[in-house]
Design a protein around this ligand. Structure first.
Ligand code: KDG
Length: 319
């Protein structure tokens, strides 16, 4: 049984090679992505076994994703192919309309993974894991996927499996903001470990001052292990009574998408391998920095040796 089990939708990303509106873009790079899939790959690259529960279209893109996950040694025993529905895809439009910002355009409504449902829940698969991980994206893609996510969170909790939840609010996936607030807040009640950023803290708690966020998570949701990601300002964790702050690594950014998944995956792997929270945050920040230096979400997810070389060499000029 894998040490970590994740639930969510892998996606094929088409990343524009040139800047500007997609109507004028001719070339796209194809990348394998999807938040929970990225987290799985981050874990297995650090030798923590991980299985993904999902559905893929029985199509070329489904096979592309399946081969990627298998090739990385993610456990695919709970990946189902759906002949009726396509694999979800999205496009990345670069530096338009806002300079420096990548705009994400989804083509995933009615995708194979959106048909995930409570019947996909296999309590034995999750009860053998140490951690169950999912995100607010799975809560947003369909009512059935949301039911599956809640059912898994409940099963995990009842079996003593640690639950990990990345808020991952994606405005475009929700019918309205109130739905998002209701559902994501409900999910926090089932989470042992939470990842969120300042905007998400503001959305769910109406506050962004670091101490207030961590205190509210604790008092309102009973969360004892939370990581607040602050972008270039670093990250802060409230971890079993300790507050820990770690700086971000400043690197040249090619593509910011995927940084949060790198952080969550490497953080979880590091905690599972016995690193203390500060070291886990430093390793997670390094992985997030590495990922944004290249296009795509997963290409620069580090192996142990890559992390060591990055951390030793960071800030040192190499001739
Ligand atoms: O975190 C990166 C993901 O957002 C990206 O790969 C696409 O999973 C994705 C999503 O649903 O937005």
């Amino acid at each position: 049984m894998p040490e970590v089990v994740a639930l969510g939708e892998p996606l094929v990303q088409f990343n524009a090679v040139t800047d500007g509106p997609l109507r004028h873009v001719t070339y796209f790079e194809k990348h394998a992505t999807g938040t929970e899939a990225n987290v799985c790959v981050a874990l297995v690259r650090l030798d923590v076994s991980c299985g993904l529960i999902t559905r893929l279209g029985a199509d070329e893109f489904g096979l592309f994703i399946y081969n990627w996950l298998r090739g990385e040694s993610v456990d695919v025993s709970h990946v189902k192919f759906d002949p009726e529905r396509p694999t979800g895809i999205y496009f990345v439009q670069r530096n338009y309309p806002i300079p420096g910002v990548s705009d994400v355009l989804y083509y995933r409504r009615g995708s194979a993974a959106s048909a995930l449902g409570p019947d996909d829940v296999d309590p034995d698969y999750v009860s053998g894991a140490r951690v169950f991980h999912t995100t607010g994206i799975t809560m947003a893609i369909s009512d059935t996927a949301r039911s599956a996510a809640f059912k898994y969170l409940e099963v995990a909790r009842s079996k003593g499996v640690t639950t990990s939840f990345d808020v991952n609010y994606r405005r475009k996936l929700w019918a309205n903001v109130d739905d998002a607030i209701n559902v994501l807040s409900k999910a926090l009640n089932f989470a042992d470990i939470v990842f969120l950023d300042e905007d998400e803290a503001n959305l769910l708690l109406g506050i962004s001052a670091i101490d207030d966020v961590l205190r509210e998570l604790r008092s309102k949701f009973g969360i004892n292990r939370a990581v607040l990601k602050l972008g270039l300002k670093g990250s802060v964790a409230y971890w079993e009574g300790r507050i820990v702050k770690v700086d971000a690594f400043r690197v040249p950014v090619k593509d910011p998408i995927g940084a949060g998944d790198a952080y969550a995956g490497v953080f979880l792997a590091s905690i599972l391998r016995g690193h203390d929270v500060e070291k886990a945050m430093r390793r997670a920040s390094a992985a997030a920095a590495m990922v944004v230096m290249v296009r795509g979400d997963e290409e620069n997810l580090p192996r142990e040796d890559d992390l060591r070389r990055f951390l030793e060499g960071y800030g040192r000029q190499v001739d």
